[in-house]
Design a protein around this ligand. Structure first.
Ligand code: ADP
Ligand code: MG
Length: 231
């Protein structure tokens, strides 16, 4: 479970996030949507523990910067950043060892095969295309069995097969109780996945609703988005 209370973040004089509150329950996929510059990546980076912020962020009851909190978080950044001199396989091993995961070989093989990386597992970080780096980055986050998965613009840079695999994985980890916080401006790509929609504009939520809130009237995410963001 992810609980965010009174989160604010400034970059110098730019107030990027303005006193935001929300909760993502176990097994829920929350989608952060909003135009470029709305503050989506900033929220995700605060939760991932990469930025200083004001307010409080708890993951499964632990502060996100505590060891217990960090152990529960998997983060797939918008821009993958791999080690140029480690192979794909070594990236996975490094992640698994860092998180103290003992039995990871079967899962590693499964993930690498799913993303067409198995026959390339001895290639170095420096030899990979952007899309391949993105897929390795996804495998690295998933190998730690996160209780909270943070994904910043997941579909960008992936080929159609990888997008399908990514969606399948999100459905699967949701069933296992993991909560997911995902940012995207490609609303179609998460139409079948979302449980909670958080639409941002200028660092604030203009809408925060659960899928159940719309159960009497079917609306696409795109319709919901334009209703609240167009003046
Ligand atoms: P989004 O992911 O929704 O496109 P961001 O969270 O990246 O938005 O950015 C939110 C706001 O914060 C924007 O106004 C952006 O210019 C600003 N911002 C983001 N990162 C930095 C940074 N490192 N330094 C200064 N301003 C930043
Ligand atoms: Mg962003």
């Amino acid at each position: 479970m992810l609980e965010i209370e009174n989160l604010s973040k400034s970059y110098g004089k730019t107030m990027a996030i303005k006193n935001i509150n929300f909760i993502v329950n176990e097994g829920e996929i929350a989608v952060l949507a909003g135009p470029n510059g709305a503050g989506k990546s900033t929220i995700i980076k605060c939760v991932a523990g990469l930025l200083k912020y004001e307010g409080n962020i708890d993951v499964n009851g632990y502060n996100n910067k505590s060891i217990e909190g960090k152990r529960a978080i998997g983060y797939i950044p918008e821009m993958p950043s791999l080690f140029s001199l480690l192979t794909i396989e070594e990236h996975i091993t490094l992640m698994a060892h860092s998180y103290g995961i003992k039995e990871y070989e079967n899962k590693s093989q499964e993930l690498l095969k799913l993303f067409d990386l198995w026959d390339k597992k001895s290639k170095y970080g420096s030899e990979l295309s952007k899309g391949m780096q993105q897929k390795v980055s996804i495998c690295c986050a998933l190998i730690t069995n996160p209780k909270l998965l943070l994904v910043d613009e997941p579909m960008i840079g992936l080929d159609p097969k990888a997008i399908r695999s990514m969606k399948g994985i999100l459905q699967e980890i949701k069933k296992s109780g993991t909560c997911v916080l995902l940012s995207t401006h490609l609303l179609d790509s998460v139409q079948d996945l979302w449980d909670r929609i958080l639409i941002m504009k200028n660092g604030e939520f203009v809408l925060s609703k659960a899928r159940d809130d719309f159960k009497d009237e079917f609306k696409s995410l795109e319709e919901i988005f334009f209703e609240v963001t167009e003046d």
